[in-house]
Write a protein that binds this ligand. Structure first.
Ligand SMILES: NC(=O)c1ccc[n+]([C@@H]2O[C@H](COP(=O)([O-])OP(=O)(O)OC[C@H]3O[C@@H](n4cnc5c(N)ncnc54)[C@H](OP(=O)(O)O)[C@@H]3O)[C@@H](O)[C@H]2O)c1
Length: 362
């Protein structure tokens, strides 16, 4: 492989930005070359600007880097973006328009008809949408997004089921970690010993994104999955790891009733990225925990280096067909790790090459 791709991080000081730094330390393909955040941070050394919240040390090299303003001048041509949606809506198009590949975590453009919303194991073919973007035609730049942290775990677990059996209805109730709200996030007096049954816009995002992710790319657009879905989203006093209770009504693709063993086999055999050697990809995207009281965030969120989704408690549902619990790490699989895996997929498809060469010439 050629020398590493220089990459930049927008929103580098936040919860997701910090995860990017942690996960990219020693990454074989990407090297952090530029960090940007708000005016509050720009001009400062990263070590002074960021309140490092992760349980591995802030790398020395990164601590010494100066935080740049969030402007494309002087930025590398591959940008991992971890900005709040309102800021992303204005900032990300400036980078795509300046020829950058913007790999974004924010919700601002996820439902845009020509912006791919991608989980590599689920819908890599949706990346064709990049070619529909005006930025791509004008400057070579483009935008790719990863889903909301609660949609991603659900969809990774649903994809092998949808593929084999079809899905007609989805009911999900989430128990979402506080790190999902960024830092400092939910005030401790609101969440300690408590459950907050409201996360702004989360249920709408989860429903729309799930159906887009499971949808089909046809011609020049994505047709969402024609299933009915309802989501209940709750914030709970857990640091990291979103847990979800799921019930599904299946379709009839198999032509006979679907058994417990059928679903376990669908999860176990789901390895769509096998052999592609993407560094961030988990060997087993859906791990099944057979114990009756699993998955649990503290015990299972780091499976597959935080990139595997853990399913458990699979049993018949007396309202729909089957029910189960699913857990995923919200700032790794649900955010920074998801974006890095998207970028690895783009690299493996040659979609980072022109921008990387431009960066090398600059
Ligand atoms: N946390 C999760 O589990 C999760 C999961 C999936 C997706 N996401 C999404 O990822 C994005 C980032 O979330 P987060 O949890 O990391 O948020 P966060 O902790 O609040 O961090 C926000 C970042 O944006 C920067 N920023 C704020 N205003 C800015 C401006 N005007 N210009 C440039 N940068 C600005 C902040 O810099 P300063 O430090 O200088 O203020 C900080 O680096 C959000 O869209 C969120 O919805 C989060």
């Amino acid at each position: 492989m050629h020398s590493k791709y220089p990459i930049g991080i927008l929103g580098a000081t936040g919860m997701v930005g910090q995860r990017f730094i942690q996960l990219l330390e020693n990454h074989p393909w990407f090297e952090v070359a530029w960090l940007a955040a708000s005016d509050r941070s720009s001009g400062k050394k990263y070590g002074d600007a960021a309140r490092w919240r992760l349980d591995t040390p802030l790398p020395e090299r990164i601590a010494r880097m100066t935080v740049s303003p969030a402007e494309p001048d002087g930025a590398p041509k591959i940008i991992f973006a971890a900005l709040d949606a309102d800021i992303a809506r204005e900032t990300e198009p400036r980078f795509a328009g300046a020829g950058c590949a913007v790999v974004s975590n924010s919700s601002a453009f996820r439902m845009h008809p020509s912006v791919p919303l991608v989980i590599p194991e689920v819908n890599a073919d949706h990346l064709h949408l990049i070619e529909e973007q005006s930025w791509r035609r004008e400057s070579g730049g483009y935008m790719v997004t990863n889903p909301n942290c609660s949609a991603i775990g659900l969809v990774v677990a649903l994809k092998p089921i949808e593929e084999r059996f079809g899905i007609e209805q989805i009911f999900v109730a989430t128990m979402q970690a506080i790190s999902g709200a960024g830092y400092p996030g939910v005030p401790s007096m609101d969440i300690l010993g408590n459950v907050v049954p409201y996360i702004k816009s989360e249920e709408e995002k989860m429903e729309a994104e799930t159906l887009k992710l499971l949808g089909r790319f046809e011609g020049h657009e994505v047709k969402p999955l024609a299933a009915r879905m309802t989501a209940h989203c709750n914030r709970v006093a857990v640091e990291d790891g979103h847990t979800e209770s799921v019930s599904i009504k299946l379709g009839n693709k198999l032509g006979r009733p679907v058994t417990h063993e059928d679903i376990l086999a669908a999860w176990a055999e789901f390895k769509p990225l096998a052999g592609q050697k993407l560094p961030m990809a988990p060997e087993q995207p859906v791990e099944f925990a057979p114990q009756p009281d699993r998955p649990q965030p503290r015990l299972d969120r780091n499976r597959g280096r935080g990139m595997a989704v853990t399913a458990g408690r699979l049993r018949p549902c007396s309202l729909l067909d089957w029910k189960f619990t699913v857990l995923s790490h919200n700032t790794i699989r649900g955010a920074a790790g998801a974006a890095i895996l998207n970028a690895e997929l783009l690299a493996s498809l040659g979609k980072l090459e022109p921008v990387a060469e431009t960066a090398a010439r600059a």
